[in-house]
Write a protein that binds this ligand. Sequence first.
Ligand SMILES: NC(=O)c1ccc[n+]([C@@H]2O[C@H](COP(=O)([O-])OP(=O)(O)OC[C@H]3O[C@@H](n4cnc5c(N)ncnc54)[C@H](OP(=O)(O)O)[C@@H]3O)[C@@H](O)[C@H]2O)c1
Length: 245
Amino acid sequence: MKSVFITGASSGIGESLAYYYAKEGATVGIAARRDDRLKAVEEKVKEYGGSPVTFQLDVSNQEACKQAADQFIQQTGVIDILIANAGVGGTDKLSSGDASAINKILSINILGVTNTVIPFIPAMKKQQSGRICIISSVAGTRGLVGHGGYSSSKAAVRVLGDSWDYSLSRHNISTTVVFPGWIATEMTAKHQYKMYFLMNSNTAAGKIAQAIKIGKRKYVLPWQWRIIIPIFRILPRRLINLFSV
Ligand SMILES: NC(=O)c1ccc[n+]([C@@H]2O[C@H](COP(=O)([O-])OP(=O)(O)OC[C@H]3O[C@@H](n4cnc5c(N)ncnc54)[C@H](OP(=O)(O)O)[C@@H]3O)[C@@H](O)[C@H]2O)c1
């Protein structure tokens, strides 16, 4: 039976991925902070034919992540797919004089990934197999106005994934970095502006799972962003201001 561990499984993309793998009959490790939401996801994972293993976990807590990884591997004996999906958005609050908001984003989105992935590496190396997926963002391809913390966190995990792939591929461990555009989740529900090419999170989960399955190193979705990103990267600075959200 396939064994999959997903952070940020209490809503959005992570929740949809949990159901995707549940339908394949997998053992699904579901991790996030909100206990009530996790319980609801746990029930649905069972309904869909999966076996949930639930962890109330803050990914910025290194020790708790290590314990969760150890417990999951002890229970399942193997880790096939690990998805570091948990993340938060938000603005830099640049003029507040207080670095707390930006530091929280950087900590959850970057250290949350290292805390999640590293504890699973020894087991993957031992079994000489495994698929790691890191959820970055198209926002990580350039510093977005007002969202330097979020953009840089997503750029950082892209580079981490790139580097880890060199070291791990020789052990038959693939690393897939995913760059979603706008996906309809709690994170985007509050946006007032028009979100072009907005994709449903279940559709996104199916596409992400497929990219992981074939060991794609980089995966951008929806497809329109594959055309937009190279243009966005070379856009003059004065036009970047148009993307002030
Ligand atoms: N939606 C988009 O358009 C979009 C685009 C590009 C990239 N992304 C990325 O996709 C990932 C999933 O986001 P989403 O859109 O599905 O948003 P979401 O519905 O808000 O989901 C975020 C998930 O992360 C979890 N999380 C947040 N902080 C956490 C922490 N400290 N410890 C453990 N879990 C934590 C949340 O659960 P708890 O609150 O219960 O902990 C929740 O399950 C994020 O990394 C996001 O940056 C999203």
